[in-house]
Design a binder for this molecule. Structure first.
Ligand code: AMP
Ligand code: GLY
Length: 431
């Protein structure tokens, strides 16, 4: 199929985490031989992409860079630039961009908005109410009882959700968000919803204005400690496909009960959506329920899903921006991928960064295995370049094999080759 992709297209990936490194890695395998850029990117991406400094993080500055470099396709990784309207700004300038507009990104940037759409469309999700007043919210909590879930309405980097086991805990969370200003504007409205019981699965879809195509189901390990203990993190690891889930059945149910009704509602609201729709699911006794929507690739789910994609990612992303996804059959490998996140000491509360990272391939990144950088940075010491920790989630080590055991073995063998002070990881990813 001819997508009219230019010769050696210039592709910019926006973001600097493990997800974006995985995107760069996969795009670098494209037969179209794209010239890759990342803004601001990280050291792991530098072997395959030119890193463009983006000091302000402002949309206008990035648009100027995109024009200066004559970028043919912009791929947006994180939610913040999507919610800030980066794709709207690109489209206004005639720049091809993968990701929803600001209006579509509201699925993630406002939980109240997402809940409203789901209610209108009859999509299975926890019953909920939205509040701006702490006293009324607390009265509702006392009436409902515990367990109950309190969520900041806006973007809170995965930290705005409290699954409260007691009424007191839920009341404290409301107090924190509505009265205490814990998440600023993002927490000036809270969604309180009923507690869902079950196992969690992440199912991502490529979506354009004609169709939605599911990727491989993945599971994210959100708690910091083994056995799902301790506080929530951005994700300590992932596996795909999910061994205890029948993928075909799940994709079918989610497509017809959750994704198609949502797309209809978006169309009715005149919201064009081109990009990834991430559906966070709870597999309850009554079937899959939506826990959350994200308007982008998941992190670390992307680090296990993209290695399984056999098709050319560049063509897939391009087809989405042209509303031609339906013409492009996606091919997947029959393997399992496991990602183990190596975290900095103190993560998620107060990660301590700036310590040296040692690993065997440190000097020759070119032949690196599936090791995706997230919170890393170069530092110059005595004219020597040293790799340092620079964020809570430092790296993700991925193993891919025909079976879970070997995928785990490879991922942990790689994890154990990397050293930095206070490194911690979960040993139960994929078990
Ligand atoms: P979210 O950021 O909305 O995905 O929430 C973070 C985590 O909180 C989810 O991955 C779930 O583990 C948990 N969670 C969120 N909503 C509920 C719910 N209604 N019932 C049970 N657990 C939930
Ligand atoms: N892994 C969860 C997320 O990307 O939001």
């Amino acid at each position: 199929m001819d997508l009219k992709i230019p010769q050696k297209p210039k592709v910019l990936v926006v973001g600097s985490g493990g997800r974006e490194h995985a995107l760069i890695w996969k795009l670098s395998q494209s037969p179209h031989q794209p010239r890759l850029y990342a803004a601001p990117g990280n050291p792991g991406m530098a072997e395959r992409a030119e890193l463009l400094p983006w000091p302000s993080g402002e949309t206008a500055e990035l648009i100027q860079l995109i024009k200066d470099y004559s970028i043919d396709l912009v791929v947006v990784g994180p939610e913040a630039p999507l919610a800030a309207g980066l794709v709207d700004a690109c489209l206004a300038e005639g720049i091809r961009a993968f990701g929803p507009t600001q209006a579509g990104a509201r699925l993630e940037s406002s939980k109240a908005f997402a809940k409203g759409l789901m209610a209108d469309a009859g999509i299975p999700t926890a019953a909920s109410q939205t509040f701006v007043d702490a006293a009324i919210a607390k009265a509702y909590i006392r009436q409902q009882g515990a367990p109950i879930v309190v969520k900041a309405d806006g973007l809170a980097a995965g930290k705005g959700v409290v699954v409260a086991t007691t009424v007191a805990e839920a009341e404290a969370a409301v107090e924190d968000m509505l009265a205490g200003g814990r998440f600023g504007q993002a927490g000036s409205q809270v969604v309180i919803e009923s507690f869902l019981r079950g196992r969690e699965v992440s199912l991502m879809f490529f979506v354009d204005n004609k169709t939605a195509v599911a990727m491989i189901p993945a599971r994210d390990y959100k708690r910091v400690q083994e056995g799902d203990m301790g506080p929530n993190t951005g994700g300590m690891g992932a596996i795909a496909p999910v061994p205890d889930v029948d993928a075909a059945t799940l994709v079918d149910e989610v497509t017809w009960r959750i994704v198609q009704p949502l797309r209809k509602r978006l169309q009715a609201l005149d919201i064009a959506y081109r990009g990834v729709l991430y559906v966070g699911l709870m597999l309850t006794a009554e079937g899959p329920y939506v826990v959350e929507y994200n308007c982008r690739f998941g992190d670390p789910e992307t680090q296990v899903v993209l290695p399984l994609l056999d098709s050319d990612l560049l063509e897939v992303l391009w087809a989405v921006t042209a509303d031609r996804l339906a013409e492009l059959p996606l091919r997947w490998r029959q393997d399992t991928a496991v990602c183990v996140v190596l975290a900095a000491p103190g993560y998620p509360e107060q990660p301590r960064v700036g310590t040296e990272i040692q690993w065997p391939g440190a000097d020759s990144m070119a032949d690196s295995p599936l090791l995706f950088h997230a919170g890393t940075a170069w530092s110059l010491q005595a004219s020597q370049r040293l790799l340092q920790t620079a964020g809570g989630r430092v790296m993700g080590a991925v193993g891919m094999a025909p079976d879970v055991e070997n995928a785990r073995r490879i991922a942990y063998a790689l994890s154990d080759q990397i050293y930095f002070e206070g490194k911690h990881l979960r040993r139960d990813i994929g078990l």
